[in-house]
Design a binder for this molecule. Structure first.
Ligand code: GUN
Length: 296
């Protein structure tokens, strides 16, 4: 029987643990705060940031909202980041991507104090993660690992393939799998015989950004499939629907466990952002995070 990995329920459980940690911090007069920076009026970014702010409120994290116009200069945005870095009431800083053309996203990301970098995008955090040091772990990769461990508590020695090599998902999730003692292959859209490489794996992390590219026939019997993709396609009825990077209907016939889209990895990303904010509030004060949000 294939197990469906319920990202919605697992994310709700993590948010409850963050709420518990935030309440524990309140007893010590610490009130974690997340600064969100939404530049311009990209509709998808607006929805994402609105959801992040709503979820912050649900777990008791303060939001500090900044929404500069799309014509803000790179210099002005860097000044805003500097002010947030220096603000003692700000524990985490989230600059929603993509940024408008003309603003160098990498420069802005690098300007964030690594201790407040709750996205885990700063090269200091990327480097620390790959060196096996304490780091802010990027949210989607952290969420993938929690989902994986829900069906495979100890992945030691398993063969894992990550399809996709982005800085935000593919590379960091590969580092996390390695730290969990998996044997890791990083593949991508130009990998030769990708189907065969996938079939050899016990764990498939699909983060390539192409709708339903990974077919059921590419999945080894009993493998665990974590699908990071969120792609909007036109269904047979002419209506839009969301699909992952894996062809769910065929893959679920072979996999041992699989995440659905939607309702798999998606809800984990915000839950992990909330957890990172609580962790950042502690690390900034030289404290260990409460047990409820400690990274395993
Ligand atoms: N844009 C899409 N996903 C993300 C994310 O996780 N963090 C930020 N900062 N921007 C995004």
């Amino acid at each position: 029987m294939t197990r469906l990995i319920d990202g919605k329920a697992i994310a709700a459980d993590l948010r409850a643990r963050v709420a518990e940690a935030v309440a524990e911090l309140a007893d010590r007069d610490i009130s974690p705060g997340l600064a969100t920076v939404l530049v311009g009026d990209d509709p998808a970014s607006r929805v994402y940031v609105r959801n992040k702010i709503r979820m912050c409120a649900e777990v008791g994290i303060r939001s500090i909202e900044h929404a500069p116009d799309a014509d803000i200069s790179e210099g002005e945005l860097l000044d805003l980041v500097d002010r947030l870095n220096a603000d003692p009431d700000v524990d985490g800083i989230l600059v929603q991507l993509p940024l408008p053309a003309g603003v160098d996203s990498a420069r802005v990301t690098e300007a964030i104090d690594p201790v407040k970098d709750v996205d885990g995008f700063h090269t200091t955090n990327a480097g620390r993660l790959s060196a096996g040091l304490d780091a802010m772990v990027p949210c989607t990769p952290a969420g993938c690992m929690i989902l994986l461990r829900s069906v495979c508590p100890d992945p030691t020695g398993k063969r894992a393939i990550v399809v996709g090599r982005s800085n935000i998902v593919g590379k960091p999730v590969a580092q996390l799998l390695l730290a969990a003692h998996c044997t890791v292959t990083i593949a991508h859209s130009r990998t030769v015989d990708l189907d065969e490489r996938c079939r050899e794996a016990d764990i498939v992390i699909a983060a390539v950004g192409r709708a339903e590219m990974i077919k059921g026939g590419w999945i080894g019997p009993g493998a665990t499939v974590i699908d990071v993709g969120i792609n909007r396609i036109e269904g047979a009825d002419g209506k839009g629907r969301l699909v992952g990077d894996v062809e769910f209907e065929t893959a679920k016939e072979v996999a041992g466990a699989i995440t659905p889209v939607p309702g798999g990895v998606g809800p984990m990303t915000i839950a992990c952002l909330l957890r990172n904010t609580a962790i950042a509030a502690c690390r900034r004060r030289g404290m260990d995070p409460p047990e409820a949000v400690r990274l395993s």
